[in-house]
Design a binder for this molecule. Sequence first.
Ligand code: NAD
Length: 359
Amino acid sequence: MKKTVVLLPGDGIGPEISAEVLKVLDAVKGQFEIDIAIEEDVIGGCSIDACGVPLSDKTLAKCKAADAVLMGAVGGPKWDDIDPTLRPEKGLLKMRYEMGLYANLRPAILYPQLAGASSLRPELVADLDILIVRELTGGIYFGEPRGIRTLSSGERQGYNTFVYAESEIERIGRTAFEMAMKRGKKLCSVDKANVLEVTVLWREVMQGLASDYPEVALSHMYVDNAAMQLVKQPKQFDVIVTGNMFGDILSDAAAMLTGSIGMLPSASLNRERRGLYEPVHGSAPDIAGQGLANPLAMILSAAMMLRYSLDQDEAALAIEEAVARVLDQGLRSADIYSEGCRRASTAEIGDAVVAALIG
Ligand code: NAD
């Protein structure tokens, strides 16, 4: 059946890395006889320039109707001083909300060839492969009431509300258990149940789900300990599931264990498994247009898209293996360069992935 993908290259290095992803998708389409129609559109700063808003209703409607959305990155100094309600990032937030993308999947994988790039000793991180499942549309980032008020004393007070309904916890919990079933069958739920009632409920719901997934070993960890364990002994984890704020922080910490932001893909899924796939990094305006950007994070995001929204596991694996082969060949963009390797441009890396795929 024909699948539809909306490609949103965005700003900065977005168009350069998107061009490499298109080459890779063309190669797998031929190799695995996948019928995908890819339609390009605009988001972020380039959308502001073209139509005055960071995400137009027309583009949003296209994204909602597609099987998946693949994005480069948005933002840049050109749009830093505009009306805050129109900033490029607002387009991305609107899409996450409108598409109901409640599950954010952030793999932290350290290719053994890059073990030297990690902030931790190679033996602690070689072959690291963690998946963080973060709840993305609830918790304290969205809870009401919120604001800054003036107390009767005249002092100002800031406040937010940390809330999760059982159904929200169950929804993200099931996603995480299902991901764990496809991987090492180990799930660690991270909370702060010793202090916060909302996460007492979180823990109860996770425990309740466990009987539906008897093969998965469920454990619980307080968030402060999880932060410590991530930098002490990261390989103890397989899948981690947590709320919006804890996930925001832990996924960035886990990302850094892998050394380079240019290698990290992500997916955000909704109930129908439609999703938004994007590299973790931003639009890197400092290197845009120079052929210096590492396209691998976006190429690996496309592999996630094939796996989770387009049911093409084989093609996804083929891309991931091709990336590993390119690293084996010693090709490196500037962000992952180390002595003894060969510096390669954005396009050279894209071409090498295609060659490794079809070779
Ligand atoms: P950034 O991720 O764009 O860049 C941080 C550093 O990492 C820079 O030195 C950059 O050159 C480098 N880098 C990033 N991606 C790289 C890649 N693929 N290859 C090689 N090097 C890479 O973060 P920033 O500088 O804080 O933000 C720049 C712009 O991106 C801002 O406008 C910000 O708002 C936006 N941003 C967008 C997203 C998104 O679209 N999801 C995420 C983060 C930041």
